[in-house]
Ligand binder design. Structure first.
Ligand SMILES: Cc1ncc(COP(=O)(O)OP(=O)(O)O)c(N)n1
Ligand SMILES: Cc1nc(C(=O)O)sc1CCOP(=O)(O)O
Ligand SMILES: [Mg+2]
Length: 556
């Protein structure tokens, strides 16, 4: 699986021996993979044996190298749960066994370095690990063993959480480990994720008290060798937000989230690093992985804030909150598929009233005609009425496996369990919507400029609606960006795009033929709903789009 931030063949650690691409090691990797495929085809038959045979699929894989926490809030236990929650396989090399609970750390048994090495060899020589994540590394000897193992068995990315002191204040690594981090491990790391105390310890002990201190610290730690640094400001006093600083060597990003008031924060650092590792293993770029991780931790804290485990001052939280939360409800359309933007039907209450049809009839007809996603844009509806009709529409959409989004109203989306929302530049910010909806819901953002598209991506949106491509009477005072504006936004956008505004049978083809691969479809209001027969109009538009796609070899 290729990681977008740096490829195996191009990335060289900044200060040290290459970790990822010595040809000798790649040959070793290739021969391990060949051996695994030979073994697998002996069990399942080779691809040539017939199409009915099972296809072997690797799972994104994180290896955590960390300490065990008997209370299961942090350490290896947190790492495995976090990766599992994000759909990533997690193997584990245990560096120490701690006796630990919500009161603190009562004891630590360090695993001999030679046995850490043996565990590393067992996992790395057999399994295709995508990303290694480190937690508690109790001694400089373990750091050395790890660095040596990673040179022998290269992986795609290394996430280093420089665990030194537990949240209860207990020491988890020998002081000499600090020099191991600075002199050996950081140069191999794709990201290092210290909290305020760890960042201060790494830089000689001066306390970090402000966001400015965090920015300076991120830059100084970057100079120790890692490719990215995330200084976590969860412990920053006098801040109502949870502010983290992400530095990529050029730009300092201030990542803001809401601070959740709860005692259940034990294990947030381990979880954050594991989620970053899991997202990288799935193929995310670094900033996106960090943002997904931050959103996950925030949601987990939110949903676990009243949980009661243990009697001490700091409890664990529930990594598997999504299994319980109605907002991540079982049966919801799974994570966003950009191809769903193909024929995007946006309802309009005034048009439905004009043609004397209910919103459910309108949605049913659009789906019957081949709409691939529905947005309820009910500007005049009262909240209660909106929730009730949205629930009825959701039933229709679920039975056809068509995602249902709500325009503007995150509260309504939450209340009815819709698949997501579409927000504009003056609606609730996408970042806040993501915090409220969690990572499992779809968020679309209206963008007219490349800068807005960049922000939508950084805020955790899933797609962009770009328009007005043509003048429209459906939305008052709408600025028309034209085909050129659409193309510029598509080219700048890392997200899939749907075009909107004045699109109908006459011009749909020209829009789809602008020849940018991330333009995935068109969104339409009046050309579907300000017509006598919604199903017929939808069918006609679908056929125009299919035709345009077959001409341009776009996938449908
Ligand atoms: C798919 C899609 N794209 C753009 C919009 C417009 O959203 P917004 O700018 O918030 O305007 P309103 O629709 O709220 O008037 C959209 N709704 N859908
Ligand atoms: C809801 C909306 N948003 C737009 C934007 O430019 O972001 S244009 C628009 C109205 C689209 O309606 P019709 O298909 O009837 O032109
Ligand atoms: Mg809006």
């Amino acid at each position: 699986m290729a990681l977008p931030f740096q490829t195996l063949s191009t990335r060289i650690p900044r200060n040290t021996t290459p970790l990822h691409s010595p040809p000798r090691v790649n040959r070793a990797l290739a021969s391990r993979k060949r051996a695994a495929l030979v073994a697998a085809s002996a069990m399942y038959g080779s691809a040539a044996d017939g199409a009915h045979k099972r296809k072997l699929q690797p799972l994104p894989h994180v290896l955590t190298v960390a300490g065990s926490d008997s209370g299961a809030g942090a350490g290896v236990q947190a790492d495995i749960k976090a990766c599992g929650a994000l759909g990533v396989f997690c193997s584990s090399v245990v560096t120490a066994v701690t006796a630990q609970n919500t009161v603190g750390v009562q004891g630590v048994h360090v695993v001999p370095e030679s046995f850490v090495e043996e565990q590393l060899r067992s996992v790395l020589s057999d399994m295709d690990v995508d990303v290694v994540k480190t937690g508690m590394l109790p001694s400089i000897g373990v750091v050395k063993v790890l660095c040596d193992s990673l040179r022998k068995f290269p992986v795609k990315a290394l996430v280093v959480d420089p665990v030194m002191v537990s949240t209860s204040g207990d020491t988890l690594s020998a002081p000499s480990t600090l020099s191991g981090y600075r002199d050996q491990l950081f140069a191999m790391a794709d990201i290092v994720t210290p909290n305020l105390k760890e960042a201060s310890a790494l830089l000689g002990g001066a306390p970090l008290k402000t966001v400015y201190d965090m920015r300076d610290a991120a830059k100084s730690i970057y100079n120790l060798g890692p490719r990215h640094v995330l200084v976590k400001g969860g412990d920053l006093s006098d801040s109502s937000d949870a502010i983290d600083i992400f530095f990529d060597g050029q730009t300092c990003h201030e990542l803001r989230g809401s601070r959740v008031k709860t005692r259940n924060t034990h294990g947030t650092g381990c979880t954050m690093a594991s989620c970053i590792a899991a997202e990288l293993a799935k193929g995310s770029a670094m900033l996106q992985a960090v943002q997904e991780a931050k959103a996950f931790v925030e949601s987990a804290l939110h949903y676990s804030k009243d949980m009661a485990i243990g009697n001490g001052p700091q409890g664990p939280f529930d990594h598997l909150f999504r299994l319980k939360s109605p907002h991540y409800n079982v049966g919801a359309t799974p994570r966003f598929n950009p191809d769903d933007l193909f024929l995007y039907a946006v309802t309009d209450s005034r048009m439905n009233k004009k043609w004397g049809r209910s919103i459910t009839d309108a949605v049913q007809a659009a789906i019957e005609g081949g709409a691939t996603i529905i947005q309820l844009r009910e500007k005049e509806a009262e909240t209660r009425e909106f929730i009730e009709s949205a629930k009825a529409c959701l039933e229709i959409c679920r039975s056809s496996r068509v995602p249902l989004l709500i325009n503007d109203r995150v509260d309504v989306a939450l209340a009815c369990g819709a698949d997501g929302v579409h927000v504009g530049q003056s609606d609730m910010p996408a970042r806040t919507a993501r915090e409220l909806l969690g990572p499992g819901k779809i968020i679309g953002v209206s963008c007219k400029t490349p800068a807005q598209a960049e922000k939508a991506w950084a805020d955790g949106a899933d797609y962009i609606g770009c328009g007005g491509v043509f003048p429209t009477t459906t939305k008052e005072d709408n600025i028309t960006v034209g085909m050129e504006g659409l193309k510029a936004v598509c080219l700048a956008s890392k997200l899939p795009v749907v075009a909107i505004g004045g699109i109908g049978i006459a011009n749909a083809r020209s829009v789809m033929e602008i020849g940018v691969p991330n333009l995935k479809g068109i969104a339409i209001v009046s050309a579907l709903f300000d017509r006598e027969c919604v199903a017929t109009e939808t069918r006609k538009l679908r056929s125009v789009l299919m035709d345009a796609c077959s001409r341009t070899n776009l996938s449908v």
